[in-house]
Design a protein around this ligand. Structure first.
Ligand SMILES: [Zn+2]
Length: 200
């Protein structure tokens, strides 16, 4: 027993990382370092480690034999899966699945860090559609926004970029003349709108 305790002390940093960054049970973490659950529990107290919260029901759910988890994993591994909306993901899982079931399996996968952190964070079909056009067609961002009914698509993109999304630059290249034409057209639209609602 003394030898193994010395083991977790020697590998202290590694043990602390496992405890702080995973939601694995103390028993399982202990198993990895060859100590009992009780020894791990004492270690947590002694080192004053705050463990990440576990989503309800996650304990005991096994991802490998679960067809829903497996299907979600499969979707998350397709290219640019972060730009698929939650509605589309639910649709791919079948109509019988209830929303809370979807949430449950997704939260298990998130807690176990099996899906990318930004997967299934888009909840608007319009945003999903706009990104699909953005990746495929060489069109100005404002025009994509208009086609999909999103006035603020440009600010949605910059918001996503700021929070760490990997949004590639647009296929559309703003050349001198074209740029001037687009800016002018946008100004005219603005003026028309103002004209319609009265000057503020
Ligand atoms: Zn599952």
């Amino acid at each position: 027993m003394k030898k193994t305790r010395f083991g977790i002390r020697r590998r202290r940093d590694e043990v602390i990382r496992d405890l702080k960054e995973t939601t694995l049970s103390l028993g399982l973490v202990g198993e990895k370092y060859g100590v009992t659950r009780q020894a791990m529990s004492q270690f947590v107290k002694r080192e004053r480690i705050k463990r990440p919260p576990k989503p309800r029901g996650e304990r005991g759910h096994r991802v490998d034999p679960c067809p829903i988890c497996q299907r979600i994993l499969q979707i998350s591994k397709t290219p640019r899966s972060e730009f698929i909306s939650s509605d589309t993901i639910k649709g791919k899982l079948g109509k019988k699945l209830r929303p809370f079931q979807y949430q449950f399996h997704l939260s298990v996968l998130r807690a176990k860090r099996l899906v990318p952190p930004r997967f299934a964070r888009i909840h608007s079909k319009k945003v999903e559609k706009a990104y699909a056009i953005y990746f495929r067609k060489s069109l100005p961002v404002c025009e994509i926004g208009r086609k999909t009914g999103l006035k603020n698509f440009a600010s949605i993109i910059s918001g996503h970029r700021e929070s760490g999304w990997d949004v590639p630059p647009p296929l559309f290249v703003y050349r001198g003349k074209e740029r001037g034409r687009i800016v002018k057209a946008a100004q005219q639209r603005k003026l028309r709108r103002r004209g319609g609602t009265g000057l503020r």
